[in-house]
Design a protein around this ligand. Structure first.
Ligand code: ATP
Ligand code: MG
Length: 748
């Protein structure tokens, strides 16, 4: 194994394969790189990839790590490189019975969770104003992170008798919430971790099997593990002690979500045999950037003292600009991108990292107007779109007809004339009969009881879902998606509105479609079969940073939180203002202030060559305009590292761009033709319409002897046909009987 391009400490870490190991090091010192080489080294020493478990923080980081390992040692099927959530999901899929669930359990995200709580509040006559949904969900989440169920919760609050009314109400909601999740064969995100932990803790034979399998366990970004994640890892590693954790106490940014920095600081206590290796050379950033980051983070108490050094040159100084208002700030950033891009940089060299999602819109507007391609990687914006959620619900019903939340979400989407009262009645009936809502509405008698105008649309919807479910094995995911889009009437309802908003939604739906295509073609390229269940899992577990693709030539916008572990040549950190960054709630708490400071450190150390900090004198946030004060972090930062022209209010009229320390060599950046995105919209719409037409016509004109092309199975020959089915013999998979009415066969 060629460990030549590791430095001495890194090499030592890669070679230390037996026994516990803590790599504690600052940003950009090659922690992730070392971990990757360590895995490759193990495999080269004859360890089976099957015996390796590597846990990272985002699916994106996991994918990258796998790629790097496979580049070094070739393909490694069976190796688990994944996030805590997807690892838990896998363990639960493999042991759903031990967890007390049925096979195709689903994962609820925030939107589902909210809907479920809302229902419960309604059923139990609890006032939402007194008990806001986000408040309840955050308590429930905190309790689960601390591994406390409803009973443990109320116990701690003084028992059912002793607790105050508020705690009793929370208890009541929490208990019902868990009950209904279970009834729906569903888990929320926190349940994934908690249930996986319980399965391992309570089932010796299951735990032993995993302990036996995973001879080598590694965890990246260990500083951000929470209590349960820690428990899972220590159970798995207990038997063999071959655990390597990698982290930086200065980058712990998830305390608010239960991350426990003590996990890293106490590692030596928990594993007394542990070897500790520190990495101190930074390979990512120039000297000035590194010094600036250090000048901020050194204000935190309670950190392990360490200072990074670099062999790199000092590089450009940092640029700080204070603009008149937030719009000017966005315009300024876009201007700098233009200038630097003119000086031979690619768009994907740039990242704009902000504190809150609410800041993204102005940058989006400014970039769009300038014709600069960009991508947003945080805030679940994509998945939280209503239309995406609706279609995901339809797909979930195909996989799991019992999914009541999904059903209630879409029964009247598009409008089918089913009111809330009807839904309540149907639900009650379904519960009495012990049927799923979908099965219930498959019953003609029940259908007949619906308002007349609702009958036909509901029948079509139920049929579309059932058709997709029964034919799932013969369809690509994209086929299923298109069929649902067309045959539930969803897309048509939007198109018929003829409003810009509805058009935008249609666009989003088709955007989602290309996302599905990407997923399937990736799987296909890897020689794997892509199933709908798997796709839905991906959708449910995708962390925000996952949509990031570096080859796409786009400016990246994301929150500071999701930028963890990534690096970019040029980084912008806008909104350096008290109340925004650090946030309001942090200003009066030293602990929170320290967490924000670590976040600032994370942001600054993402930059390789250039770092721009900006603030606005006047900012509108959530509809409120305010004059601002510069961030405390700007006051802490070593001013000698700033470009001499920084620190003043900049307006295009008053100052020349060149005075800000920007390469002005090639001003022709301004003259570039506007970026015109390729627009495949029209074709996609057409394809979906064809699916609808096939369903309506019911007859595809196929006869025995026809040669056909199938979206999943490729070329084939029609053997026989009848009213409902077409039998085809395919070159690839042999004989198949396919349902008619879904346009997956084309005559050739
Ligand atoms: P973070 O704390 O941000 O997660 P990290 O410690 O995981 O950072 P890496 O992402 O592994 O750091 O490495 C940072 C950069 O330094 C990468 O571009 C990597 O390729 C490079 N690098 C790491 N080690 C070396 C080395 N020994 N020689 C040259 N380049 C290196
Ligand atoms: Mg890293």
């Amino acid at each position: 194994m060629d460990l030549q391009h590791l430095n001495e400490q890194q090499r030592e870490a890669a070679l230390h394969t037996e026994g516990p190991l803590l790599i504690l090091a600052g940003a950009g010192s090659g922690k992730t790189q070392t971990m990757t080489h360590r895995i490759a080294y193990l495999i080269e020493q004859g360890v089976s990839p099957y015996e390796i478990l590597a846990v990272t923080f985002t699916n994106k980081a996991a994918g990258e790590m796998r790629q790097r390992v496979e580049k070094l040692v070739g393909r490694c099927p069976g190796m688990w490189i994944l996030t805590f959530h997807s690892m838990s999901l896998r363990i639960l899929r493999e042991n759903y019975e031990a967890a007390g669930y049925a096979k195709n359990f689903v994962v609820y995200d925030t939107v589902d969770q909210k809907a479920l709580i809302k229902n419960i509040l309604k059923e139990q006559n609890i006032d939402q104003k007194l008990y806001p949904i986000p408040y309840l969900l955050s308590i429930i989440s905190k309790e689960k992170e601390a591994d406390r169920g409803p009973e443990e919760y109320i116990e701690l609050e003084g028992g059912l008798q002793g607790a105050n009314i508020k705690s009793r109400t929370v208890y009541q909601v929490y208990r019902e919430y868990q009950k209904q999740l279970k009834n729906n064969n569903a888990m929320d995100f926190d349940d994934l971790l908690r249930n996986a932990y319980h399965v391992l803790r309570d089932h010796d034979e299951i735990l032993a099997a995993y302990q036996n399998r995973f001879a080598y366990i590694m965890v990246d970004e260990y500083q951000d593990t929470n209590h349960i994640q820690y428990q899972i890892i220590s159970l798995l590693a207990r038997a063999r002690q071959n655990l390597c954790v990698v982290g930086d106490d200065d980058q712990c940014i998830y305390e608010w979500r239960g991350a426990d920095i003590r996990n890293i600081l106490d590692f030596e206590k928990d594993f007394p045999q542990a070897k500790v290796i520190k990495l101190e050379q930074n390979y990512r950033s120039t000297g000035n950037i590194l010094a600036a980051a250090h000048s901020v983070i050194r204000n935190n108490r309670g950190r392990k003292q360490k200072k990074l050094w670099t062999e790199q040159e000092e590089g450009h100084k940092l640029v700080y600009a204070r603009l008149e208002n937030d719009k000017e700030e966005a315009a300024y950033v876009v201007r700098q991108i233009r200038l630097l891009e003119g000086a031979h940089r690619d768009y994907d060299d740039f990242a704009i990292l902000y504190r809150t999602n609410a800041q993204s819109r102005l940058f989006e507007d400014a970039l769009r107007r300038a014709g600069i391609p960009y991508q947003i990687l945080s805030g679940f914006s994509f998945y939280e779109r209503k239309e995406t959620k609706d279609m995901i619900s339809y797909m979930r019903l195909v996989v799991n007809p019992q999914d009541e939340m999904a059903f209630m979400r879409v029964i009247n989407e598009p409008k089918r004339g089913i009111g809330e009262k009807t839904v309540d009645k149907l639900r009650a009936l379904a519960h009495v009969r012990g049927q799923s809502l979908l099965a219930l509405l498959g019953d003609e008698e029940v259908l007949a009881g619906l308002p007349a105008k609702a009958r036909e649309p509901v029948r079509e919807m139920v049929q579309a879902i059932e058709l997709c479910a029964s034919e799932a094995a013969n369809l690509t995911i994209a086929d299923i998606y298109d069929t649902l889009l067309a045959r539930t009437g969803y897309m048509k309802a939007l198109e018929d509105q003829h409003t810009t908003e509805a058009d935008a939604r249609v666009e989003n739906l088709l955007d989602f479609r290309s996302f599905i295509y990407d997923f399937e073609s990736e799987k296909k390229a890897a020689g794997e079969e892509a199933t709908l269940a798997e796709f839905l899992e991906k959708v449910a577990t995708d962390a925000d940073a996952d949509k990031y693709e570096s080859e796409s030539g786009k400016v990246t916008l994301m929150t500071l939180h999701s930028a963890k572990g990534l690096e970019f040549p040029v980084v912008f950190m806008p909104g350096m203002e008290d109340g925004l960054f650090p946030g309001h709630r942090s200003l009066d708490s030293e602990d929170r202030m320290e967490e924000e400071r670590r976040l600032c450190y994370v942001g600054m150390t993402r930059a390789k060559e250039r770092l721009f900090l900006t603030s606005a004198e006047y900012r509108v946030l959530y509809g409120q305009g305010n004059f601002t004060r510069e961030s405390a972090f700007m006051r802490e930062l070593d001013k000698s590292l700033l470009d001499a022209n920084g620190d003043t209010v900049y307006t295009p009229k008053r100052r020349a761009a060149g005075s800000l320390g920007v390469d002005t060599g090639s001003m022709d950046g301004f003259a570039r033709p506007a970026y015109k995105p390729y627009d495949p919209l029209r074709y996609a719409k057409q394809a979906v319409r064809e699916k609808a037409a096939a369903g309506a016509a019911g007859d595809d004109g196929l006869e025995a002897g026809d040669s056909v092309q199938h979206s999943k199975f490729g070329r084939g020959l029609v053997l026989e046909t009848d009213e409902k089915t077409v039998t085809v013999i395919f070159d690839s998979v042999g004989r198949k009987k396919l349902a008619r009415g879904i346009a997956q066969l084309k005559k050739i």
